[in-house]
Design a protein around this ligand. Structure first.
Ligand SMILES: C[S@@+](CC[C@H](N)C(=O)[O-])C[C@H]1O[C@@H](n2cnc3c(N)ncnc32)[C@H](O)[C@@H]1O
Length: 251
């Protein structure tokens, strides 16, 4: 595996926001630029993790037994398989994130890890670590948590989700959170987006209306598409939200 430590990597920048150690100087330098513009980014990253964990717990309690976490990122505290006793597949297109995840879950038959890219959904679904581990004839919760803002409009994230929706059984869920710049002044918005232009993936914040359309063909569960921290919050959790989150079900 070759790692270019000189290009800021979006998975490792996020790891840095969360206080992790899987990052290099270039990642930290770019992340620090974001922190100068948006100092509450670490709190927002924690809010996002908590959203994912709550969604996984609620769906597990409701009987969902399979989780496909796409854009899973570098393993950090409170990974999906620690919040469910169902089967879990972690997917990322970053080889370092995949290698770290494999090292973490080695020997755990409940969990599998695939190196795949959402932009090629056919290859992702056909990957033996995905289709050999999950039964797609049974409901699956597909997680796209804080990752679709790395998929540009040209790759048509709406079509990619529709493909996953069509490949999964009725009763499957979509767990999604997404960065927005709704309500952010133009200057910091431009500066923040600029920092990611030099990173492994540019960032594409979207409006609430565009994020809502990602749920086409799913019925949103209560409380709908809301600020990430407002999705069924639990006492004592961070409430700094840099985006919207929601959970939908395919009927
Ligand atoms: C900000 S991290 C989110 C990690 C985790 N889902 C969370 O919310 O805590 C985004 C992850 O998406 C991954 N990613 C970006 N584009 C991707 C793509 N097209 N296919 C698969 N993974 C992708 C990145 O490598 C990174 O690990």
């Amino acid at each position: 595996m070759t790692i270019d430590a000189t290009v800021p990597n979006v998975a490792r920048m996020y790891d840095y926001y969360l206080g992790g150690y899987h990052n290099f100087a270039a990642d930290r330098e770019a992340a620090e630029k974001i922190l100068e513009i948006f100092p509450d980014t670490p709190a927002a990253a924690r809010t996002n993790r908590r959203f994912m964990q709550r969604a996984v717990r609620r769906l597990s309690e409701a009987g969902v037994r399979q989780f496909l976490d796409i854009g899973a990122g570098l393993p950090t505290q409170g990974n999906v398989h620690e919040h469910t006793d169902g089967r879990v597949v972690y997917v990322d297109n970053d080889p370092v994130a995949v290698a770290q995840a494999r090292a973490l879950v080695e020997g755990d038959e409940r969990v599998s890890v695939a190196l795949a890219d959402l932009r090629d959904p056919e290859a992702l679904l056909a990957d033996p670590d995905v289709c050999g581990h999950l039964d797609l004839a049974e409901p699956v919760a597909v997680l796209l948590v804080s990752m679709l803002h790395f998929v540009p409009d040209e790759a048509d994230p709406w079509r990619l989700i529709a493909r996953l929706r069509d490949a999964t059984a009725p009763g499957s869920h979509l767990v999604l959170s997404h960065l927005t710049l709704d309500g952010v002044d133009a200057a910091p918005a431009r500066q923040g987006t600029q920092v990611y232009r030099g990173a492994s993936a540019p960032i594409v914040p979207r409006t609430r209306a565009d994020i809502l359309r990602l749920f086409d063909g799913f019925e949103l569960l209560d409380p709908g598409l809301v600020w990430i921290g407002q999705w069924r919050p639990e006492p004592g959790e961070d409430q700094v939200s840099h985006g919207y989150g929601g959970v939908g079900v395919k009927r």
